[in-house]
Design a protein around this ligand. Sequence first.
Ligand SMILES: [Zn+2]
Length: 68
Amino acid sequence: MPPANRKKQGKVCRDCHRVVEGESCVICGTANLSEDWSGYLVVIDPANSEVAKRMNIKLPGRYALKVR
Ligand SMILES: [Zn+2]
């Protein structure tokens, strides 16, 4: 995996850390988004991903490791 760069890649949901394309989170339906995040995580199989379990991720997708 390439190292996470610091370029803005969009917004992230503060509730579930999912990378959001648009104005609201597809999972939470919230508009509680942050543009200040770091670390890029792609979850393909949440049931078999330790990181996904730790972060309470239930759906495949792109997530941020840290959201401020
Ligand atoms: Zn969310």
